[in-house]
Design a protein around this ligand. Structure first.
Ligand code: NDP
Length: 258
């Protein structure tokens, strides 16, 4: 490759000197995305309710020669979001990833469960974005990546509060993109297909489910956590500078084929 090509590619996906905040970074998708940004040269700010659970991710990032700041923040608590994330210094990219799920028939969903899921995945994500965007607006630039879901597009039985929250996050993505574009803040989303994490382990324990779902994915396999890193790096980088309010579906072709 010539130096010109290498330099152009680097400028499109450059994370040197950038600070990326990933919520829910102690395990699963958030941790994998944090590692992707660290490998690309960014320093990280990691959140979860349990700050001790962030130790391993922070150590792995330090091994790559990058900094990782750990913050305990329960994003169901708006005051806590303001206190812990309100004064972080420059944040170039926010990955709004923290989320929960609890599958059960809709008739068995009580108010407490509805609130727990929707307050975490939708209300909390909105207020995290809002608090972090205040700093981005002052500096006139920033990229926010909300983690949506296939349930942002299709109905999944026994997942009504989760589906509501993930459909909502797509609406939030579009509304904020339209409102904050003049401030230099881009807001996009990623909808992952099926990835094995603590959140989905309950499905993966069922071999029949794994084989049935795998059969429905045109690429013939379920997702590996690293499959999401490229989409996140793209949405946070100059390569996607003219893109806002959109959602990248990373699912091996599943949604396109049903
Ligand atoms: P995990 O359960 O593996 O990780 C969830 C993370 O969120 C943990 O770090 C957890 O840390 C944190 N978290 C949970 N609740 C809160 C809270 N109230 N405040 C702050 N942090 C919180 O889940 P996944 O990695 O699978 O999920 C990550 C995101 O991806 C979620 O938004 C999920 O909906 C979405 N997603 C996942 C898919 C999959 O196939 N796995 C598919 C589509 C979307 P702690 O418990 O310490 O707070």
């Amino acid at each position: 490759m010539t130096n010109d090509v290498e330099n152009w590619l680097k400028s499109q996906m450059s994370y040197t000197g950038k600070r990326v905040l990933v919520t829910g970074a102690s395990r699963g998708i958030g941790r994998s995305l944090a590692m992707g940004f660290a490998k690309a040269g960014a320093d990280l700010i990691l959140t979860a309710r349990d700050a001790n659970a962030l130790d391993d991710a922070a150590a792995e990032i330090a091994d790559l020669g990058r900094n990782a700041q750990k913050i305990a923040c329960d994003q169901r608590d708006i005051d806590q979001i303001r206190k812990t994330l309100g004064d972080l210094g420059p944040v170039d990219v926010l990955v709004n990833n923290a989320g929960i799920e609890d599958v059960r028939p809709s008739a068995d969903v009580d108010e407490a469960l509805w609130d727990k899921i929707v307050d975490t995945n939708l209300k909390g994500a909105f207020f995290v974005a809002s608090v972090v965007a205040a700093g981005m607006a002052k500096r006139g630039s920033g990229a926010i990546i909300n983690i949506a879901s296939l349930t942002s597009f299709v109905g999944v039985p026994t997942a009504t509060p989760y589906t509501a929250s993930k459909s909502g996050i797509l609406g939030v993505t579009r509304a904020l993109a339209a409102e904050w574009a003049p401030m230099g803040i881009r807001v996009n989303a990623i909808a992952p297909g099926y990835f094995r994490t603590g959140l989905t382990d309950v499905f993966y324990q069922d071999e029949e489910w794994v084989s049935e779902m795998t059969g429905k994915v045109p690429m013939g396999r379920l997702g590996k956590l690293e499959d999401l890193q490229g989409a996140a790096l793209f949405l946070g980088a100059p390569a996607s500078a003219y893109m806002t309010g959109q959602c990248l579906v990373v699912d091996g072709g599943y949604l396109a084929s049903i």
